[in-house]
Structure formats: structure tokens, C-alpha cells
Design a protein around this ligand. Structure first.
Ligand code: UDP
Ligand code: MG
Length: 313
């Protein structure tokens, strides 16, 4: 049995040495074959030099270095395309995905009852409250409007059998949202809860706006419900218009027809205009995604590696 660990790294020079020591310590206690696939996602600091150092002293270390920053999703995809283990896991380099959980996860898979063991944070301590609030609302919403079932607090850290990895690689869409992909492909998953850990060193690569955009992308990738907003608001407005027509006719018959109501007319015009623009915007979002998919551009480009790997994928 061999384990592959995929580690996306973007400017992680501070955290990497700590992560490496901890993960090799845990893997040594497990006494199984392993490979660690570090994916350098276009870092601008000393990350690549550090990775080369690891590869020199440990033959189980492979590094893939991207030609530029392609994002964590692309880094994970490159890892999945090049992993050779029977069990494969994705882990952050900042120790927010504790390597110490690995033995327990392997034990769970060995029972044969599950195809993957996924981790779930049971608290969000150390995170700004506004971020947690939005995250909770997002999970509620996306589970209601899409068929990708996504667990609140789910992390990308999970150990999977290779069959599941093949399914993920087969989902070769350009706009990737892994939390949705994991849910969409199915398979039996065991959820392992754990207490949130703060990043050991360095800084988070996410800010509020990036996360908000990521959330919107997730919804658009896994749900067609926003598209129907246009139809439903159209029907709603037609209904309101019918009622207004009746009111106006009755007013005309009972009270005559004084010219008044400029303010309310303006309100209606602006309101309808806003809804139309909003709906066109939603359609534009889907169109843009479709446009991106049809170009069939590669997810990642590897400029440097210490092993024979799929360079463009
Ligand atoms: N990461 C990456 N490419 C990026 C952004 C992040 O490979 O463009 C990696 C990063 O190095 C880390 C993991 O993704 O190993 C999670 O990033 P981070 O810890 O910044 O996210 P957070 O834990 O704050 O959600
Ligand atoms: Mg982190």
C-alpha cells in the first residue's frame, strides 16, 4: 500500500520546513510506502529552493513547479494527474490539515467500508466572524440549489482510494470547485471531525473578496438555479403589472384621471431596469464560464520537476 500526499504551495517558505518535519515524522511511524508531491504554484519567494532541498535529501519527494500562479485548484488537479499511490490525500502546507490525522484516516480506509475519509472543522475559531457568517450562509444556499452535497466546514484535506482520484481527473472542467467535485462524484465518505488549527507561519492567500468570488463561482459551477431567477422575476412582475392595471382602470372609472404619479412611474422604470440588468449579468456569468470551457486551455503548465511527469494538463 502506497500513500501519495499532494501539497499545493504558494509562497510558503516559512511554513514548509515545519510541515516537512511533521509530515515525515508521521509517515515514518506509519511504515508504509509514500510519495510527497509538492506543487509549487508560481511562488515568488524561496519555496522552490526549499522544495529542491527536500527532494535532494528524500527520494520520496517530488516537486512540480508551475510556470506561473494557476491557483490552488489547478495545483490540486496537477497533483491528482501525477499521483501514483493507492491512497491519495491533498494537504495544505500550513499545517491547518494536521498530518497527525493520517494514521487514523488510513485505518478507516483499510476497514474497507469507505472510499474516502474527509475532514471537517467543527469550529472556526481564529477566523474573522464575518467570514464565518458568510461561509455558513454559503453552505446552506449551495446545498439547497445544487446537487453537489457540500458539508459545512469541509476541508479539501481527505484521503481517497485511487478509484476516486480517477473520477476526479476525469472531471476535467476548467472552472474547478473541488468541494463540489468531491460531492458530485459520490462514493462512500467518512467524515472525521477535528478542531480548527491556525496556520503555523506565513499568511493566508485569501481575502474576503477572493472568498466571495470563490463562493459565487462554486454556485455557478454547480447550480442552474440563478438562471431561472430571470424567468421567475418575469412571471412575478407580470403578475404585479396585471394587478396594477386593474387598480388603474378602477381608479379611472371612479375618480377620473388627473395627471399625477411621476415619482411612482420613475420607481417602476428604474426597478424593472435594475432587474433586467441583474438577470443579464447572471446569464453573462454562465456565458463567460461556457466560453472558458470551450477554449479547452490546459489547467496548468509545469516548467520544472525532478521526476517524469505530465507537464501540461
Ligand atoms: N495555495 C496555492 N495557490 C494559491 C493559493 C493558495 O497553492 O494561489 C495553497 C497554499 O500554499 C496552502 C493552501 O493552498 O498550502 C491553502 O491556502 P491558505 O492557507 O492560504 O488558505 P486558507 O487556509 O486561509 O483557506
Ligand atoms: Mg491555510
Amino acid at each position: 500500500m502506497k500513500i501519495s500526499l499532494i501539497i499545493p504551495c504558494f509562497n510558503e517558505q516559512e511554513a514548509l520546513p515545519l510541515f516537512y518535519d511533521e509530515v515525515t515524522r508521521v509517515l515514518d511511524t506509519m511504515q508504509c510506502a509514500y510519495e510527497i508531491l509538492f506543487v509549487n504554484d508560481g511562488s515568488r519567494d524561496e519555496t522552490l529552493t526549499i522544495l529542491k532541498g527536500f527532494a535532494e535529501k528524500n527520494e520520496h519527494v517530488t516537486y512540480l513547479s508551475f510556470s506561473r500562479n494557476f491557483g490552488k485548484e489547478a495545483a490540486m488537479y496537477a497533483g491528482f494527474c501525477n499521483a501514483s499511490g493507492d491512497y491519495v490525500a491533498v494537504m495544505d502546507a500550513d499545517m491547518q490539515d494536521p498530518p497527525a490525522l493520517l494514521p487514523e484516516m488510513v485505518k478507516m480506509l483499510e476497514t474497507g467500508d469507505y472510499d474516502s475519509v474527509a475532514t471537517r472543522r467543527v469550529n472556526r475559531e481564529g477566523e474573522p466572524p464575518i467570514r464565518s457568517w458568510f461561509a455558513r450562509k454559503f453552505y446552506k444556499l449551495i446545498n439547497r440549489i445544487s446537487d453537489a452535497d457540500i458539508v459545512d466546514g469541509a476541508r479539501d484535506f481527505r484521503l481517497m482510494k485511487w478509484e476516486m482520484v480517477d473520477a476526479i481527473v476525469a472531471m476535467s472542467e476548467y472552472n474547478r470547485f473541488s468541494k463540489g467535485i468531491f460531492g458530485w462524484i459520490g462514493f462512500k465518505t467518512y467524515w472525521l471531525p477535528y478542531q480548527n488549527v491556525e496556520r503555523v507561519a506565513g499568511e493566508t492567500k485569501w481575502n474576503f473578496w477572493k472568498l466571495l468570488k470563490y463562493a459565487f463561482d462554486g454556485i455557478i459551477n454547480f447550480s442552474e438555479v440563478p438562471l431561472s431567477i430571470a424567468s421567475w422575476s418575469g412571471i412575478g412582475m407580470a403578475f404585479v403589472a396585471a394587478i396594477m392595471l386593474v387598480v388603474i382602470i378602477i381608479r379611472r372609472l371612479c375618480f377620473g384621471d388627473p395627471v399625477a404619479g411621476w415619482a411612482s412611474t420613475m420607481c417602476v422604470i428604474v426597478f424593472i431596469g435594475a432587474i433586467q440588468l441583474f438577470c443579464i449579468g447572471i446569464m453573462g456569468q454562465y456565458l463567460a464560464k461556457t466560453y472558458n470551457e470551450t477554449k479547452k486551455r490546459p489547467h496548468y503548465i509545469i516548467s520544472e520537476s525532478n521526476k517524469e511527469v505530465k507537464k501540461i494538463g
